[in-house]
Every structure is written in structure tokens, then in C-alpha cells.
Unconditional design. Sequence first.
Length: 114
Amino acid sequence: VQLQASGGGSVQAGGSLRLSCAASGDIVIINYMSWHRQAPGKQRELVARISSGGETKYGDSVKGRFTISRDNAKNTMYLQMNSLKLEDTAVYYCALSERGVGYWGQGTQVTVSS
């Protein structure tokens, strides 16, 4: 299974970005899809997670600002990021669990400036 993340870039504080993550390969059933991020000098943290049934979970720092969604038919996940803050600057990674096996995509850089 391969994951391709896209949509990162530079934006001013208060702006928005939309990340996408497309999964391909030997996919039978995807349990969870998730976004994580890692800022310089910090541990990787969960941003948001969505189950196959659409149940969502968000990290406390992004609640109310970020929205995770997925298109099961396309094996694609999205992260709509609004009201971006300087502290949202990080490399964002997508991940998924497929038949109990975890996979990670390459990161996409999100930079928020003042």
C-alpha cells in the first residue's frame, strides 16, 4: 500500500489549506486513516483520525479549526485546515491501517507565517 500526500505549502496566519492523501495498492479494507504532524524539535502528534464509518477524532490543538474527511470509493482522505496558526507549522504525514497493518506516507510541509 502506498500513500501520496499533497496540498502542503505556505500560508499566512488565519489562512486555509487543504491536504489530500491518496492510497493505492493492494487495498481490501481500510480501517482508520489519519493525519499526524511533526514540528522541528517536537514529537510527532496525532492531528486527526477518521474511521471507515466516518467517526472522527481530533487533537486538542486543532479542534474546531481542522476537518478530516474521506472518500472511501477513492481511498482518499482530506484535511481542511482553517484559521491556521504559526504553531501549525510542521511536516504533515498521512497514515492508514489496512487489515491491521499500518502504512505511512511521505510528509508534506505546511508553513504558516505572520
